[in-house]
Design a protein around this ligand. Structure first.
Ligand code: MRU
Length: 330
């Protein structure tokens, strides 16, 4: 399964706002519209946002636009996932090397895309080792093929463990308010014939108390140098609940999601999204007009709640700061 394609000088995105009801591919030749697609979550998930931005940068080069300006517009599309900035900085360095030649830039964007899939497969292979036999796994949001170049980070671990016959059930938090768990994770798992049970976010603690969850694995939008990490709102609750019930809690992420320039989670910018995402469901009001709304799209889970960090270079266990620095400093 994939959600991002580039061919004949155009970018194609599977519109994730319409899944699972409709599978519609949209075509982009203008980088501004691609930036808008990131903003409106036609494409979402940290690695997928980075890959899309890299291709959008190529669209700007193909139409002879000012690349610095294009980069500024793309950088403003979403603030939390560091992969966006990582990919754009890589494209900027490539542009400096090749003088902005579109063919060379497209080759660089394709490399970013290909390497992301390779990293996912590597972390899937490594992460499957911590999955016990007959595992019942809880995941939050969507960290699958749709959120990446393909295969997935947290769902990459699930896919690899499932191919080894180790997965008895994947519990998907529906993930309020935009329902990525219900609309996207459940969709991916059902398509791949991986046993999946959809729950509302508030059911997870009760399942843990009943002994029905063996392991939690989630994705990540940005990890600070000490291992604190931002992921979809609700991840922190899942981590607190897992710790209380003595359940191992992992995040899976490629090196492009690690931001060693930020010492701890307090420095990670958290996106605040429109109140309508909370006050309406599919356009229908579910709250009285005039009520105040808080809608942070992400929360920060402290590293102290993590059992381990699954990366393409190995699984990192505490003390995280030293080990992240030695594995990922350039
Ligand atoms: O707001 P979203 O849907 O972009 O949030 C996505 C997540 O929080 C994912 O868990 C994260 O990006 C990791 S994706 C491999």
């Amino acid at each position: 399964m994939d959600a991002i394609r580039f061919s004949d000088d155009a970018l194609y995105l599977l519109d994730q706002t319409r899944l699972p009801a409709q599978e519609v591919w949209l075509r982009y030749t203008d980088f501004r519209q691609a930036a808008q697609a990131i903003r409106t979550m036609v494409v979402r998930g940290a690695p997928a946002i980075g890959i899309t931005a890299a291709y959008a940068y190529c669209l700007a080069a193909l139409s002879g636009e000012d690349l610095e300006r294009a980069e500024a517009v793309l950088r403003a599309s979403r603030p939390t996932a560091v992969n966006l900035f990582w990919a754009l900085e890589r494209m900027e360095r490539a542009a400096a090397r090749c003088g902005g030649d579109p063919a060379a830039l497209i080759a660089e964007a394709r490399a970013i895309h290909r390497e992301d899939v390779e990293m996912n497969k590597a972390m899937g292979r490594l992460g499957a080792e911590v999955v016990p036999n007959r595992a019942r796994i809880l995941t939050h949001c969507n960290a699958g093929a749709l959120a990446t170049g393909g295969y997935g980070t947290a769902l990459g671990v699930v896919r690899a463990a499932h191919s080894q016959g180790k997965v008895s059930m994947v519990y998907c938090d529906e993930t309020r308010p935009l329902l990525q768990g219900a609309r996207l994770t459940a969709y991916e798992l059902v398509r791949d014939h991986i046993p999946a049970t959809l729950i509302t976010d508030s059911m997870a603690a009760a399942l843990m108390a009943q002994g029905k969850i063996d392991l939690v694995v989630v994705g990540c939008d940005r990890m600070a140098a000490n291992g604190d990490f931002a992921n979809k709102i609700g991840t922190y609750s899942a981590a607190v609940n897992a710790r209380y019930h003595g359940i191992p809690f992992y995040t899976a992420l490629p090196s492009s999601t690690i931001d060693l320039s930020i010492p701890d989670g307090s420095g990670i910018p958290i996106e605040e999204r429109a109140p309508e995402e909370v006050t309406h469901l599919a356009g229908t009001p579910t709250a009285p007009g005039g009520v105040e709304v808080s809608n942070p799209a992400f929360d920060v889970t402290p590293h102290t709640l993590l059992t381990g960090i699954i990366t393409e270079r190995g699984i990192v266990y505490p003390p995280f700061a030293e080990k992240l620095a030695s594995l990922f400093s350039v």
